[in-house]
Design a protein around this ligand. Structure first.
Ligand code: ATP
Ligand code: MG
Length: 424
């Protein structure tokens, strides 16, 4: 099976950049999810790889074949790229049986005998467990069964790469969960490369071998799901993945001689942040400045190109949310002494004593776990406690931060500096 390589791919309409200089390598046999908010450029990216949309510039290779190159004027048509595409609004032909729906594309290929077609249909129908419905019409199937027919139809011509654009978005929560595990199995049993578009971070987390997170056409992070969760590149990524959302806490201070960060948090409380892997802030800042300069140089170089168009949909530093009882947050210009601490809900330990005193603001038990919001002065922190624990709203409670998974971000750039432990 081939790997897919995108080099400096851009798609713009006028000065609107739907995809902005994207470099991406989709490894052989991987399951890559394209994730990001609505309108960030996921479908456009997928359509460009499939050959349904022409990039403005850049190069795309599938295996050893260059299927698109703006410089050399190469553009291989979609039907020669050996990719299967399953759209969000899959439409089965209502006047054909399941068998006919699956075999239709195969007949059109004119390369199989009747018997071969029959074997393929039986095989893919078995894979998605619809072999007992082959004589039925789509209207005689449930939504999930129809969905599986659509998947079987995509698999039948044995595409080397399978693209799916939000294929489960029409299903109810339970069926989605079931289909997710089917898709995961399907990926294993077929050994194909899957590229899967979703704006559901949970789906992206659970299915992918690698998540490609995009915002405003720009790649934010391309890593395995747990890396994205535990070491997000920046505030945007940290906020986008995880449910309930990560807690952000403003912090201000300096690095001490021994390498710990001495910070003021949660309305003037003294805190110490200890890096798990040592970071020297002066060096980190220098590297940050260098990276900014390099990016500026690349941009300046691009601007010299005769076809250059200034990006209309400007990129902004992510405006991270801080949960407050009353919104009194002043908009100040950040300095190099401003930081943002990121605390995943499961990193907040709720205890009887010690740590910081607060009170229960709300508690939402689901049976398996309870989401608790704790009020500390004007600040709200969300924690998750395993099991059905009941909390009385307004009662006194204490919180601590668990060791090592706490994140420290630069407020200037929004980038992750490192992870560690926080003591308040
Ligand atoms: N033909 C077009 N002309 C102009 N702008 C377009 C065109 N097609 C798409 N866009 C814009 O490009 C951006 C990216 O679109 P795309 O369909 O890739 O988003 P998406 O990430 O798939 O979003 P969603 O999750 O809502 O499906 C959107 O802001 C969209 O408005
Ligand atoms: Mg889309």
């Amino acid at each position: 099976m081939p790997k897919i390589t995108l080099t400096d791919i851009t798609k713009r309409w006028g000065d609107f950049y739907a995809v902005d200089h994207l470099d991406l390598v989709i490894e052989d046999c991987s399951f890559v999810t394209l994730l990001g908010p609505s309108g960030c450029g996921k479908t456009t990216t997928l359509r460009m790889i499939a050959g349904l949309e022409t990039p403005t510039s850049g190069r795309i290779e599938i295996g050893d074949t260059v299927v698109f190159d703006s410089e050399r004027g190469i553009n291989v048509p979609a039907n020669k790229r050996h990719v299967g595409f399953l759209f969000q609004n899959y439409a089965l032909w209502p006047n054909m049986t399941v068998y006919q729906n699956i075999s239709f594309g195969l007949k059109n290929l004119k390369k199989y005998t009747k018997q071969e077609i029959d074997e393929i249909v039986q095989r893919v129908a078995k894979v998605v467990k619809i072999e007992m419905f082959l004589d039925r019409y789509p209207s005689e199937l449930s939504g999930g069964q129809q969905q599986r027919v659509a998947i079987a139809r995509t698999l039948a011509p044995e595409p080397e790469v399978i693209f799916m654009d939000e294929p489960l978005s029409n299903l109810d929560a339970k069926l989605r969960l079931e289909m997710r595990s089917e898709l995961q199995r399907l990926h294993l049993t077929t050994g194909r490369t899957f590229v899967y578009v979703t704006h559901d971070q949970m789906e992206a987390m659970t299915l992918a071998t690698k998540i490609c997170l995009i915002e405003n056409g720009v790649l934010q992070q391309y890593d395995p799901p747990l890396t994205v969760y535990e070491k997000p590149n920046n505030l945007f990524v940290a906020d986008f993945v995880g449910s309930p959302s990560i807690n952000f806490v403003d912090a201000e201070g300096k690095q001490a001689e021994d390498g710990t960060m001495e910070l003021k948090v949660l309305g003037g409380k003294n805190a110490k942040f200890r890096f798990t892997e040592p970071v020297k802030m002066t060096e980190w800042r220098q590297a940050e400045t260098r990276a900014d300069e390099e990016l500026a140089a690349v941009r300046a170089e691009r601007a010299k190109h005769k076809d250059h168009v200034e990006k209309g949909n400007k990129d902004k530093v992510f405006d991270y949310p801080v949960a407050l009882v009353e919104d009194t947050r002043e908009k100040t210009e950040p300095t190099s002494e401003n930081y943002v601490i990121g605390v995943r809900p499961e990193m907040l330990e709720i205890c009887e004593e010690g740590g910081i005193e607060g009170e229960v603001y709300s508690a939402m038990p689901t049976g398996m776990e309870t989401t608790v919001r704790v009020r500390i002065g004007n600040f709200l922190l969300t924690g998750v406690v395993f099991g059905g624990v009941t909390y009385e709203i307004g009662s006194k409670i204490h919180v601590r931060f668990r060791d090592n998974g706490i994140m420290l971000f630069s407020r200037l750039s929004g980038k992750l500096i490192g992870t560690g432990g926080l003591e308040v």
